[in-house]
Write a protein that binds this ligand. Structure first.
Ligand SMILES: [Fe+2]
Ligand SMILES: [Fe+2]
Length: 377
């Protein structure tokens, strides 16, 4: 029979004390491993003060990467509904029916244990393993009332306040693992009232940011002209390349974390990873919930058979915003303002010509779209 620790939290963000508690429990209780569970998104999650669960989970994975006995688990990350502790314990009891579970929890939580959902069932499923300020009389009370097995982790854990840490970059630098700290800084996760451009300026190169601003401008103009949502198009233009400057290897890891479904061909070609990854990244980093934006970002490089007007405008703007310089760009640009479908076809033909001329891969979608648009124009 193995001994398995379960340690859940919002991990907002994960910090050194979380890791110390998990490592202390490993030793003190002789656990085989500790499963650390990133808490899901709060039910009303328009509020970006809490970074998306997927981003918090990426940080947790970074924090435990040096200890193979600490396992970051996303069981609660993708659950739509609120998950009670008892549901999580029931799940892990089914996964590990012959093993003994230790639920690692803060002493403060014992104060209101009877208010938890199904406390008597929790007490049967796991040994409560308590760190921090636990009151002795509460231990006795819960043991008596629920027949709970409780162990007291008496380790010295530093007193870290996540709230304080989020407000103070110096405290944060000292209290979170270095890779986590760099991730937080890069994506400005705890900076409030940040604009799109402020975030982009750290994750895009200068040229890429300039290009994105150019795409935003053109997409907005075309939106006004074609009676499509110009404001949304402007934002889509600004954000469309959000994942473009992520190094290839990191981008593949993030595709898995954020569940960006790239196909095997896209996986092998760096330039083709960023559209689908970008569509997922803008959801959790910029709080984009508008399907028009994510759809257009997803298909902005390769296109798709059933592009909407919104998709087409972003597709064309990406190709011929004011900063683009290549033979024939002015012609496409002028066409875009007169006939968007014709401009899409010209973009596709230009891509085929450019890539095949340089012996670069041409995505089959380009040939398919060329035929489709030729037949319909
Ligand atoms: Fe792009
Ligand atoms: Fe672009």
């Amino acid at each position: 029979m193995r001994k398995i620790g379960l340690f859940g939290g919002t991990f907002n963000p994960v910090h050194n004390a979380h890791i110390s508690i998990a490592e202390y429990a490993l030793d003190a209780l002789g656990l085989d491993f500790v499963i650390m569970l990133t808490g899901g998104n709060p039910p009303h999650k328009k509020n970006l003060k809490i970074p998306d669960a997927k981003l918090r989970h990426i940080m947790l994975k970074m924090a435990v990467e040096n200890n193979e006995k600490l396992i970051a688990c996303d069981f609660e990350v993708n659950r739509k509904e609120f998950s009670y502790t008892v549901n999580t314990l029931e799940f892990f009891k089914r996964v590990y029916p012959d093993d003994k579970l230790y639920f690692i929890m803060g002493g403060d939580s014992l104060d209101y244990f009877e208010d938890w959902y199904k406390p008597e069932r929790i007490a049967k499923l796991a040994t409560l393993s308590v760190y921090g300020r636990g009151k002795a009389h509460r231990f006795d009370f819960i043991k008596d009332k629920y027949g709970a097995e409780i162990v007291n982790l008496n380790g010295e854990f530093y007193n870290v306040s996540s709230t304080n840490l989020r407000k103070n970059p110096d405290v944060m630098r000292k209290q979170v693992p270095e890779r986590v700290y760099n991730f937080i800084r890069k994506y400005k996760l705890y900076q409030l009232q940040k604009s799109d451009i402020e975030i982009l300026s750290d994750i895009l190169s200068e040229d890429r940011l300039k290009h994105s601003i150019g795409v935003a401008k053109m997409a907005k103009h075309l939106g006004e002209l074609y009676n499509e949502d110009a404001q949304l198009l402007e934002r889509a233009g600004l954000l469309h390349d959000a994942a473009k400057c992520i190094p290839y290897h990191d981008a593949l890891v993030m595709c898995d974390e954020l569940e960006a479904e790239i196909d095997p061909i896209e996986r092998t070609i760096p330039a083709l990873v960023h559209p689908k990854l970008g569509a997922e990244l803008v959801k959790c980093l910029f709080g984009i919930t508008e399907g028009k934006i994510t759809s257009a970002i997803r298909c902005h490089t390769v296109g798709k058979s059933d592009m909407t007007l919104f998709d087409k405008i972003l597709f064309v703007s990406d190709m011929c915003e004011d900063g683009r310089v290549f033979p024939g760009v002015n012609e496409i640009r002028n066409t875009a303002y007169a006939d968007i479908d014709k401009a899409v076809l010209m973009c596709i033909e230009k891509t085929i010509e450019y890539n095949s001329g340089r012996k670069l891969y041409v995505h089959p979608m380009a040939y398919h779209l060329r035929e489709l648009y030729l037949a319909n124009l």
